[in-house]
Write a protein that binds this ligand. Structure first.
Ligand code: HEM
Length: 126
């Protein structure tokens, strides 16, 4: 792995930590506070940054199995962050989230984690 790929892998791991904290708070209390907003938004920025490092650092086409799975996970968390922001802007902070948003958060995050681990394995063994 070259320096760009190592940097991308470190940054995507920081995204995992940020997403995990944000989603854990939402799933535990079923509400949105500023920590949820801050951690999800930070995770998304880190996720996009890591993806750019991997695309630039990789000698492959950006549309490999690992790449496409990665984009789908990034899209799922992009939608999650937009939904959370929209909810807070419409209803304010510290409000109970709807069951739909609560479940979407859980499944988007679980998909992202599956892709993170499978992505790491696929990219490493290639
Ligand atoms: C969900 C998060 C991730 C996204 C969005 C993502 C995205 C990408 C993309 C678009 C590429 C370029 C296409 C390719 O070479 O396959 C790539 C390459 C790569 N990624 Fe990721 N990735 C993610 C997670 C990971 C993880 C967790 C690791 C390992 C710790 C990793 C390691 C690599 C490596 C080593 C390459 C270069 C593979 C090669 O050049 O053969 N990626 N990634």
């Amino acid at each position: 792995m070259n320096d760009l790929l190592v940097t991308g892998s470190v940054i995507v791991t920081l995204a995992l930590i940020a997403y995990s904290i944000g989603i854990r708070i939402e799933q535990k209390w079923k509400l949105l506070n500023n920590k949820v907003i801050i951690f999800l938004t930070t995770g998304l920025i880190l996720d996009i940054t890591a993806t750019c490092f991997m695309i630039i650092g990789s000698g492959n086409s950006p549309f490999t199995v690992h790449g496409v799975l990665g984009y789908s996970a990034l899209l799922a968390m992009f939608i999650e962050t937009i939904l959370v922001w929209r909810y807070v802007l419409n209803h304010g902070l510290h409000q109970q989230v709807t069951q739909r948003l609560h479940l979407y958060s859980r499944y988007a995050y679980l998909w992202w984690v599956v892709v993170y681990f499978s992505g790491g394995i696929i990219a490493m063994v290639r």
